[in-house]
Design a protein. Structure first.
Length: 73
């Protein structure tokens, strides 16, 4: 299993914390990981405020990640 998490904000982007990371940024990095993963299950971490406001927002974010991020979970 490979996890693409919002910690990429600190590790890759040099941010002071994970709060600014967006669903779009997670999806961008997820696509890169999914292209290279041949046998691993690729999981995406939903970033801050991508699910907290409402169930509807959570479903929209999860759907976007599955559709455009290359994630399997």
């Amino acid at each position: 299993m490979l996890l693409v998490g919002d910690s990429l904000g600190m590790v890759v982007q040099g941010l002071p914390n994970t709060l600014p990371v967006t669903v779009e940024e997670i999806c961008y990095h997820g696509r890169a990981v999914a292209r290279a993963a041949h046998r691993a299950h690729v999981v995406g971490d939903m970033p801050f405020m991508s699910y907290q406001p409402s169930i509807e927002r959570a479903l929209e974010s999860a759907g976007q990640m599955l559709k455009t991020g290359g994630f399997e979970a």
